[in-house]
Design a protein around this ligand. Structure first.
Ligand code: 5RP
Length: 345
């Protein structure tokens, strides 16, 4: 059972996540015990029961969970991101600069992107990088980050919607992405902006990706991630990006739209592949991975290996071999190139 301690002190609301023994603390001077007591609806909250998960639709149905009743344009755009032949996607997240500037591995975007674009089902990035660093002839679908206004130097959740739908149409994007900061100081601001974006997305027929659980102090357990992901879906998100965690089926199984797994900080390649493998076998439709691809010592090897896991259920150990083989052959090619260049001199 979710227990919400009452009365709550005037300066903050504490949402006690009983099973995980974790606090999400929401500074909020206006929430006193009096206001809390009026929130009768929280009293009957019980934990979600265990659910079984499946990311595959029934035969004859649209291949994307929860999206069967969307309009044609929405379905078409979603199908460019989540592939109809496998029902999966490998999204490459390279939007980090929008709040943290030049990021390791993303210093010169053209150099990072050019070799990876052929293997990405979709790029998630900002309009600045799209216009400056992605060839317009490229056929890779774009999920454009349309939120910002924050930086690593200040409160991360102080973010809002910052790209017009008109510009998204001009840029021919397949989807729009916005972070929601559930449980953070600017929760309400981001959820309100998210609602406006959802309306705009339906108007234009452009699907919305909700990015959840970004933040320094977020407790990334199944309870919190299920809460944030389900809230995003209830508000109208067409798909949701969240982190992998223990008891992940609780997150995917209680979210009525597809979940893509965020990669998180760089970890050894086998661990990242194992995490991706677990995520897709536990109900995610794929990944939206950044640092574990572009910060690898073989980004192309890593994205090929991730593709094998996500689209073809390759086991992590054999996918690792794909990464290693690519690393080895590109090392040999680099050496050959160096020899050829020095001979020319
Ligand atoms: C956070 C994002 C990033 O795109 C994403 O989290 C980065 O991917 P990774 O964690 O795999 O590097 O949406 O703002």
């Amino acid at each position: 059972m979710i227990g919400i301690p009452l009365p709550v002190v005037n300066v903050e609301q504490k949402l006690w996540l009983t099973a995980s023994k974790a606090f999400v603390t929401i500074p909020c001077s206006s929430l006193g015990g009096e206001v809390q007591e009026k929130m009768a609806d929280v009293e009957g909250l019980t934990e979600a029961r265990q659910v079984t998960v499946s990311s595959s639709p029934a035969p004859g149905q649209f291949h994307i969970k929860g999206c069967a009743h969307l309009d044609w344009g929405m379905k078409n755009r979603l199908s460019r991101i989540i592939k109809p032949d496998t029902g999966r996607t490998v999204m490459l997240a390279v939007d980090h600069g929008y709040f943290q500037g030049p990021t390791s591995g993303l210093e010169v975007m053209e150099e990072t992107l050019a070799p990876l674009i052929p293997y990405a089902d979709c790029l998630m990035l900002t309009r600045g990088i799209l216009r400056s660093s992605v060839p317009p002839g490229s056929q890779v679908p774009i999920v454009l980050r349309v939120s910002g206004g924050n930086s690593i130097l200040s409160e991360l959740s102080n973010e809002t919607w910052n790209v017009s739908v008109e510009d998204c149409i001009r840029l021919n994007v397949a989807g729009m992405a916005m972070s929601i900061y559930v449980g953070a100081p600017h929760e309400h601001q981001t959820l309100a902006a998210f609602s406006d974006l959802i309306d705009a997305g339906y108007d234009a027929g452009i699907p919305i990706l909700a990015v959840t659980a970004v933040g320094r102090d977020m407790v990334r357990d199944a309870r919190y991630l299920a809460l944030a992901s389900r809230m995003a879906a209830e508000m109208g998100a067409n798909f949701v990006k969240t982190y992998y965690c223990e008891d992940f089926p609780r997150v995917t199984g209680t979210c009525p739209v597809p979940i893509v797994m965020a990669g998180g900080k760089k970890i050894p390649e086998l661990e990242a592949l194992t995490m991706a493998y677990k995520a897709v076998t536990e109900g995610a439709v794929g990944v939206d991975m950044g640092r574990n691809i572009f910060q690898s010592d073989s980004p192309v090897g890593m994205i090929k290996a991730v593709r094998a896991v996500v689209h073809y259920q390759e086991k992590p150990e054999s996918a690792l071999k794909i990464y290693k083989d690519e690393k080895k052959s590109s090392g040999i090619n680099n050496k050959k190139r160096a020899v050829t260049t020095s001979k020319k001199k």
